[in-house]
Design a protein. Sequence first.
Length: 70
Amino acid sequence: MARAAAKLGVREVAELAGVAPYTVSRFENEQGGLRLDTALKLRSVLEQLGVRLLEDERGWAGVSYRKPEN
């Protein structure tokens, strides 16, 4: 959902983060097995693209998107 908000494909996000496309898919599908630094790279790239990953105190998650002004 986060990647779709930014209208980018798996390969594009993977390239921006310096990871394999498979890693992006695992991140999106919450399959686990990701190192913390890899997950943080992906989150950073998504945030630079205007995506914010949300979670409230009850564990509900969501995505907010704001098109970058550049």
